[in-house]
Design a protein around this ligand. Structure first.
Ligand SMILES: C[S@@+](CC[C@H](N)C(=O)[O-])C[C@H]1O[C@@H](n2cnc3c(N)ncnc32)[C@H](O)[C@@H]1O
Length: 253
């Protein structure tokens, strides 16, 4: 290939790349990522609110990464964390295993915790796939006090790109931001007759499931999104997730 051909080819690649970044999908997705980052309060503040509200004695966090980001800021007397250490080499988690392994060993009485233990607040923030989150929710329900709450991070993805299945692909308009498909498991459990739920519209969606009824928490009677399509969620986001503004909700309590 001659110099001129090579130059023309590079110019076209550059032009195509510029077009991608100027595409409305890219622009809107980036805008929504920035907007989400500005929302308050943080997951930590919400978790601490519930720790205080239910007078929690035992707190469990599934997926902790660097504990300085959240775990170390939780004001509970007895705290436990579970993480196989995929994203933070030091991995100071209490139990350095996957959540599946943790619950298996807990049930078998193979841990330093009694298998009869119940947690008052459980924060699920491990592997963000619908399938794994469903298992984490189900296992957590079995170890939750009657008054306790389960919180889940990343339940309100702003766009389809944020909820892509593959974490590793960074060239989508959501770039490094990733909520995974956690919302699908949360949405599914919003139909469970024994649970009440809501999702606080902050910090990428802090979902809450509880056995007890808090004001404005509800459940869904009918599965209106049986294929868990993002577009259907998007059109009915408020109702499907029971999206609430945390500060307004708290002030009305
Ligand atoms: C998003 S980070 C957790 C962030 C932390 N909870 C916070 O609020 O800052 C996800 C963590 O989940 C862990 N993880 C991945 N797969 C897991 C699994 N199967 N069980 C438990 N944790 C898992 C990863 O190692 C990673 O540290």
């Amino acid at each position: 290939m001659g110099f001129l051909d090579s130059y023309r080819k590079r110019k076209k690649v550059f032009k195509d790349a510029v077009q991608v970044f100027r595409h409305p999908f890219y622009i809107e997705t980036r805008r929504l990522s920035l907007e989400e980052n500005k929302k308050e309060p943080s997951r930590t503040e919400i978790i601490n609110f519930f720790v205080e509200t239910v007078s929690a004695e035992h707190y469990l966090e599934i997926g902790v990464r660097n504990p300085d980001d959240n775990f170390n800021k939780i004001n509970c007397a007895k705290k436990y964390s579970v993480d196989p250490g995929l994203e933070f080499a030091e991995n100071p988690a209490t139990f350095k295993v996957t959540s599946d392994q943790f619950f298996k060993e807990l049930a078998a009485g193979a841990l330093s915790l009694p298998s009869s233990i119940k947690f008052d607040v459980i924060f699920i923030d491990g592997l963000h796939t619908a399938d794994q989150t469903e298992k984490d929710i189900q296992n957590s329900i079995n170890y939750l006090t009657e008054e306790g709450v389960i919180l889940l991070h990343d339940c309100n993805p702003p766009t389809e790109f944020h909820q892509r299945e593959c974490h590793g692909f960074k060239h989508s308009p959501a770039q490094n931001y990733w909520n995974g498909t956690t919302w699908k498991a949360f949405y599914k459990f919003r139909h469970q007759p024994s649970l009440y739920s809501a999702c606080f519209d902050t910090d990428w969606g802090v979902g809450i499931l509880s056995k007890r009824k808090f004001p404005a928490f509800n459940r869904l009677e009918q599965l209106e999104n049986s294929y868990f399509e993002f577009d259907i969620l998007n059109k009915n986001r408020s109702q499907h997730l029971n999206l609430l503004d945390f500060n307004l909700w708290k002030n009305k309590l």
